[in-house]
Design a protein around this ligand. Structure first.
Ligand SMILES: O=C(O)CCC(=O)C(=O)O
Length: 469
C-alpha cells in the first residue's frame, strides 16, 4: 500500500489508518438547511424505505444532486483532504419504517489499492447516534484490514460467511448533524432501520486521490476479475444494477484481468478484529424463530454447485408470474422468473423439453444477488405440501421471511411448506451469486436431491445458452 496521504491533519490520518474511519466537523447550520431545502424541492414524491439517489433508475437526479452538493464539497475538501476529489455524490434518506435498514457491506473499490486509498464521506443532516433510533451509520473498527480483494460488480464478499459474527462487532457513530464520517471503502458498515418519526437524511460521496485513475471491477466468474478504467461520468450515468462487463467494455477500457483465489478464514477474522471468541463459519447462531407451516428438511445438499451458470438478469425481463399453484412477484431488483408450470408456459416447455420427463420442477426462480422474490402459495388443486429446494445460495446469505419471522438459509436446504401457510414467502438473497429456488409439489415423483441438483445445473446451463444465443 502506498504512503499517499489522505488527511491534512496528521492525527486524523493516523486514526483513519488504524481504525478504518474518523469523524470530524464539516457543515454549519446554514449549509445543512440549504441542502435539505434543495433536496426536498428536487426529489419525486412517494420515496419510502431507504432512498439512495445513486440507485434511482432516472439518472437525471444524479446530475441535479451533484449540482446541489458539489459546491459544498468544493468548499470543504481542501480543508480536510490532501488533493482528493469527490467522485459520486448522493443523498441517502431513511424514511421512517422497519424496511429502511442497510445490510452489512463494504463499498466498491475506486482506485488501485496497491498504490492509493479511497473512502466514503458520509455526512448526516440530522443528529445520529447509539441513543437515537433514526438509523445512524454503524461500522466495524479495523475491518478495512480484512478486505484485501477488490469489490465491484458481481465480486464475492469474503466476509459474508461471518456476517452474524461480524454484526456483533458493529459500533454506531455518535454524530451531530453536519459532522462528517470518513471511512475506507473496505471498512464494513451497515445501518439499522429508522424507527423514529422523522426522515434521516445524509449526504454521501465517494472520495479518491486526484492522482489516481478511477477503476471499476467486474467479477466475470467466481475467480476472474476484469478491471475497467472509468471516469466520473460512469458513476453518474451507469446504474449499479446494469453494470455488466460487456456493457462497459466499449466505453471503458480493460486495464487488467486476473484470477483471484483469495480466501478469508475464521482465524484471520479473529486475529484482525481482536474479538475474544472464535469466528466459526456460521458465527454464533441466533436462535432461529419457528415459522408456522415451514419445516426445514433434514436432508441437505452439499454445496457442490456454486457455479450454476445462471443469472436472473440474463434470463428474462423481471416479471410477475401467475399459475394455478403459485404467484411469484418481483419486488426489488432483478428477479428473473425462469419458468412456470410446465404445462401452461410455452417458454418453459420449449426450454426444458429435453429434460422435462425427469425434471421434477414446477417452477424455478432465480433471484439475483441482493434481490428478493416473493412467492405466494396459491393452493391449487392439491392440498399436499410444497417443497422448495434452495439450490444455490451463493456465499450462504439468504433469508426467508414469513410475516415477522425470519429464517437464515445458510446451507442449501429443502423447505416443506404447508399449503395453508398464511402470507407470502419472501426470499432475500444477500449473497453474491444467484439463489435458485426449485418449487415442486410433493405429488411430483421425488428424485434424489443430488440428482435434482444436477438437473437444475443442466437446466441453468441450457437456459443461459438459449438466452445468450
Ligand atoms: O446512510 C446509510 O444508512 C447507509 C450508507 C451506506 O451504507 C453507504 O453509503 O455505503
Amino acid at each position: 500500500m502506498t504512503e499517499s496521504v489522505t488527511f491534512r491533519e496528521p492525527a486524523l490520518e493516523a486514526e483513519y489508518r488504524r481504525e478504518g474511519f474518523v469523524v470530524a466537523p464539516l457543515l454549519d447550520r446554514r449549509e445543512i438547511e440549504h441542502l435539505l431545502a434543495g433536496y426536498r424541492a428536487l426529489v419525486p414524491p412517494g420515496d419510502h424505505g431507504l432512498t439512495i439517489d445513486f440507485m434511482r433508475p432516472d439518472r437525471t437526479y444524479m446530475h441535479q444532486i451533484a449540482e446541489l452538493i458539489e459546491p459544498v464539497w468544493a468548499r470543504h475538501f481542501p480543508e480536510l483532504f490532501v488533493d482528493h476529489r469527490p467522485v459520486l455524490t448522493s443523498f441517502i434518506t431513511k424514511h421512517p419504517g422497519p424496511t429502511s435498514n442497510m445490510f452489512l457491506h463494504e463499498d466498491r473499490t475506486l482506485v488501485d489499492e496497491r498504490h492509493f486509498r479511497s473512502g466514503t464521506l458520509w455526512v448526516p443532516l440530522v443528529d445520529v447516534g447509539p441513543d437515537l433510533d433514526n438509523g445512524g451509520l454503524q461500522l466495524i473498527p479495523k475491518s478495512h484490514l480484512l478486505n484485501e480483494v477488490m469489490a465491484g460488480t458481481d465480486t464475492p464478499e469474503l466476509f459474508r460467511p461471518y456476517t452474524e459474527y461480524l454484526e456483533e462487532l458493529l459500533q454506531t457513530a455518535a454524530m451531530p448533524a453536519g459532522h462528517a464520517l470518513y471511512y475506507d471503502t473496505r471498512t464494513l458498515h451497515a445501518s439499522p432501520p429508522n424507527l423514529s418519526s422523522a426522515p434521516r437524511e445524509a449526504i454521501v460521496c465517494a472520495v479518491a486521490p486526484r492522482a489516481a485513475d478511477l477503476i471499476h471491477v467486474v467479477g466475470t466468474s467466481r475467480r476472474h476479475r476484469r478491471v475497467h478504467r472509468v471516469d466520473e461520468a460512469f458513476f453518474l450515468e451507469v446504474h449499479p444494477h446494469t453494470v455488466r462487463s460487456e456493457e462497459i467494455e466499449e466505453r471503458y477500457p480493460v486495464l487488467m484481468e486476473f484470477d483471484d483465489d483469495s480466501r478469508l478464514g475464521p482465524d484471520r477474522v479473529v486475529e484482525l478484529l481482536g474479538a475474544d471468541r472464535p469466528a466459526g463459519t456460521a458465527g454464533p447462531r441466533r436462535p432461529q424463530p419457528a415459522i408456522a407451516g415451514v419445516r426445514v428438511g433434514e436432508r441437505r445438499l452439499p454445496l457442490l454447485h456454486r457455479d450454476l451458470p445462471l443469472r436472473a438478469a440474463d434470463l428474462s425481463a423481471p416479471q410477475a408470474v401467475r399459475s394455478p399453484h403459485l404467484d411469484v412477484e418481483q419486488v426489488y431488483g432483478a428477479v428473473g422468473t425462469v419458468a412456470v408450470d410446465r404445462n401452461d408456459d410455452a417458454t418453459w416447455t420449449d426450454l426444458v423439453r429435453p429434460l422435462a420427463t425427469d425434471v421434477p420442477v414446477a417452477a424455478m426462480v432465480a433471484v439475483d444477488a441482493r434481490s428478493r422474490a416473493v412467492i405466494r402459495l396459491a393452493g391449487g388443486p392439491t392440498d399436499e405440501p410444497w417443497m422448495i429446494d434452495v439450490v444455490d445460495v451463493g456465499t450462504c446469505a439468504a433469508d426467508l421471511d414469513v410475516g415477522d419471522s425470519s429464517l437464515l438459509l445458510d446451507e442449501t436446504m429443502t423447505l416443506e411448506i404447508d399449503p395453508g401457510v398464511a402470507g407470502a414467502l419472501r426470499f432475500t438473497n444477500r449473497g453474491v451469486g444467484p439463489l435458485a429456488l426449485l418449487l415442486t409439489c410433493t405429488r411430483v415423483p421425488a428424485l434424489g436431491l443430488p440428482q435434482a441438483t444436477s438437473r437444475a445445473r443442466r437446466l441453468g446451463r441450457r437456459l443461459r445458452s438459449v438466452v445468450s444465443g
